[in-house]
Design a binder for this molecule. Sequence first.
Ligand SMILES: [Zn+2]
Length: 470
Amino acid sequence: MSATQPNDISLQNFKKPFHSSSNRIWIKQPLACFTANELDARGGIVIEGERIKEVLPLGQLPSLPVDEVVDASELVVLPGLINTHHHFYQTLTRAWGPVVSEPLFPWLKTLYPVWARLTPEALSLATQVAMAELLLSGCTTAADHHYLFPTGMEDAIDVQVDVVRQLGMRAMLTRGSMSLGENEGGLPPQHTVQNGDVILADSHRLIKQYHERGEGAQIQIALAPCSPFSVTREIMADSAILAQQEDVRLHTHLAETLDEEDFCLKTFGLRTVDYLDSVGWMSDRTWLAHGIHFNGQEIKRLGAAGVGICHCPVSNMRLASGICPTLDLSAAGAHIGLGVDGSASNDASNMMYEARQALYLQRLKYGAEKITPERVLGWATKGSAALLGRNDIGEITPGKQADLAFYKLDELRFSGSHDPIAALLLCGAEKAEHVMIGGQWRVKEGQIIDLDLPTLIEKHKACAKQLVAG
Ligand SMILES: [Zn+2]
């Protein structure tokens, strides 16, 4: 058993299309590695093409010759982080004065008219910014929940597909919808809602046009009516039927605030979970953003149905919505993943920052002993993958996609730290040194390959200013 001599990794090797390389790369003897399973990866990870070929325990060498060796002695390696809830367009309304200190309903009502002015160009810039920010934090797969389709924005998801391909990340683009306007007792202004036929026809088109199936998929589509207070029962029920017919996933916001619970009781005469059940959504095809205000019986029912819950700690703290009962849901059988939520309620798109906040917020609910860094990193990787219905990502194990995030503990904040995995969360790692997706380098030495970040920031800032000004 032997390996070739280390080669210097140089920038010209990084510009490769998705799924093309057959090179064998040895990520040699990392400082530490969280595999999201029981495997020992202290000897390193061998990558062949787009997949992980071998995970090497301490002292073991690759079983076949390798083409490239990456010295990982100063790197902490994680499975690429997976973000399961976001609204990319909201990067244009971060820290906007009028809603800085508002809870969900007034926050939404003030923002809807601003968001209704979104253009395809603005969405493209916002998507680039959000995804770039996620990628730099070590995120390799992101779900976006886009539900704004005012006139001129009919191709919103198509615009996002272009950005995903340009950045080489994986994405679950959810075709959101709003169909219950103010005139029918909903929350959003009437001109921001669409009728059910239009929503379903476009959902069907997007699945046919973009949804990739099977291992290594880069782009997937899910159906995502926005929330109980912005869609009709009919669109919830029809989306569930279409999702089953087309075998795609279902996503929505649920049980985020007590205002929402009151709305459901008044409008439908049902609590949120009864409402979800009544429209055919209690299935393992469904994952919910937030999932905070459940009673014990509801937690059991959600767990038995295999519904996934995306915990969004920063958004829940900013809007003072409450704390997700993660361990109770998990004990009942629900999968738990992490999401940063939209940038108007976070306002960062940083998965490491989110994991750190999840650790601390959940400790307030469940105590320090039960909420370990490993548990939280498990939510951000393997748990999130389960929410998206994927078993090819989220873990470091042979056969899975080579989606990896590498962190260097050389900043001031890490000096004097001992346990490298714990240090990522406790000392506050924010930026990945390198990121690999499907065996391809997408971030090298803290820089995104092929993206002119200063120009993007300049354009995005100007666009944000214009959007808010009207
Ligand atoms: Zn959200």
